[in-house]
Design a protein around this ligand. Structure first.
Ligand SMILES: Cc1ncc(COP(=O)(O)O)c(C=O)c1O
Length: 397
């Protein structure tokens, strides 16, 4: 399956065409590339129009904390790719998660989240939201029954990342949507690892898709950004929070992400192909205890991943024998792979999650998430496969 096999949207355009064209509105100058509107406010024809724009009686731009044409183009393009009615762009991926919770939840309500979610999301759910009366129950295994058992009458949100960071655990989106809906809750899927080029959670029954656009949507490690996509009434609520609280995406970043979306399909395909080959090679190395990659038949949820994803994606994690010292030796011997926590770049990156992205959560929580001291995460880019293998072989030897 490739991105284009997701088929045409209501406009009749297929995924690859939408990625290049959706949402563009030309100005009076008829520019070919999308215009970058660097302006903090917008001018009105007269006082009556100003009043109508502020009240919402007349649609249109008012002030860039609320909306900006470059940001709107990016929102429309991503919504088209996710098959969503609407999209709200935010300053970062974390701002997208925060805005979703603040817009759609009240104190006294409850979240059911998979244990294997990004470290900062765990911090937000575990340390920040409880101060506002929102509690989270973490589910330690990925069975649908375990999610069902964690539901409470007050559960408003079920939140998963699939595949998860960094262990690439895969969650059954369609089954979890049924669990969430049976309990009157919404299912939010962080689609950061797959992007809509490989997985479309809304088509599988999820209510909200969340992105760190910092990752593959930009795709070249240049800017921070985030987004939430879903049905228009939900997006209207997120918009109300955004225009008031201000975690808005800058138009410059939106423009960079727009350009990234144009190559999303080809990048995801090429990077996934590279990742699969690297995962197969890692699995054959005697110093490697275990490889986590949904595209490998050895992955526990390989069949599920192949059902709901177009490929295994471009993140490969692996456990080296010899704990932290051996893992750090691999990192320290890299001359090509970048030692950086970001992922989703055309440049391959390597991270030791236990001491970086997941370093702030407690050792017990790390152990419960299965993040061991020997674990390394590679976000595979577009370099030549043999060069990547040679770089890793030095540290493994
Ligand atoms: C899966 C996932 N979700 C959310 C985030 C947060 O995104 P941002 O860094 O853009 O705030 C990240 C960042 O690494 C991530 O990996």
């Amino acid at each position: 399956m490739s991105g284009s096999e997701f088929g045409p949207d209501a406009s009749g355009w297929s995924f690859d065409t939408l990625a290049v064209r959706a949402g563009q509105e030309r100005s009076q100058f008829n520019e070919h590339s999308e215009a970058l509107y660097l302006t903090s406010s917008f001018v009105f024809e007269n006082a009556a129009q100003a009043a109508a724009r502020f009240s919402g009686a007349e649609p249109g731009n008012v002030y860039a904390r609320f909306s900006n044409p470059t940001v709107s183009t990016m929102q429309q393009r991503l919504a088209a790719l996710e098959g969503a009615e609407g999209c709200i762009a935010t300053a970062t991926g974390m701002a997208a998660i925060l805005s979703t919770v603040m817009a759609l939840m009240n104190g006294g309500q409850h979240i059911v989240a998979s244990r294997s979610i990004f470290g900062a999301t765990q911090q937000l759910f575990g340390n920040v939201l409880p101060r506002f009366g929102v509690e989270t129950t973490y589910v330690d295994d990925n069975s649908v029954a375990a999610f069902g058992a964690a539901m409470r009458p007050t559960t408003r949100l079920v939140f998963v990342e699939t595949p998860s960071n960094p262990l690439t655990e895969v969650f059954d989106i369609a089954a979890l949507a049924d669990v969430a809906h049976a309990g009157g809750a919404l299912l939010a899927v962080d689609n950061c690892f797959c992007t809509p080029a490989l997985q479309r959670p809304l088509q599988l029954g999820a209510d909200l898709v969340i992105h760190s656009a910092t990752k593959y949507l930009d795709g070249q490690g240049r800017v921070l950004g985030g987004a939430v996509c879903g049905a228009q009434p939900l997006m209207d609520e997120v918009f109300k929070f955004l225009r008031t609280a201000g975690p808005t995406l800058s138009p410059f970043n939106a423009w960079v992400i727009l350009k990234g979306l144009e190559t999303l399909s080809v990048r995801m395909k090429a990077q996934s192909d590279n990742a699969l080959a690297l995962a197969q090679w890692l699995e054959a190395q005697p110093q490697v205890a275990r490889v986590y990659y949904p595209g490998l038949p050895s992955h526990p949820q390989h069949a599920l991943a192949m059902r709901q994803q177009a490929s295994g994606g471009a993140i490969v994690s692996f456990e080296v024998k010899g704990e932290r010292a051996a893992a750090w030796r691999v990192v320290d011997n890299c001359r090509l792979l970048s030692i950086t926590a970001n992922l989703g770049d055309t440049k391959t990156t390597i991270t030791h999650p236990a001491s970086t992205t997941h370093g702030r959560i407690t050792a017990e929580a790390r152990a419960a998430s299965g993040i061991g001291e020997g674990l390394l995460r590679i976000a595979v880019g577009l370099e030549n496969l043999a060069d990547l293998q040679a770089d890793l072989a030095r540290g493994l030897a």
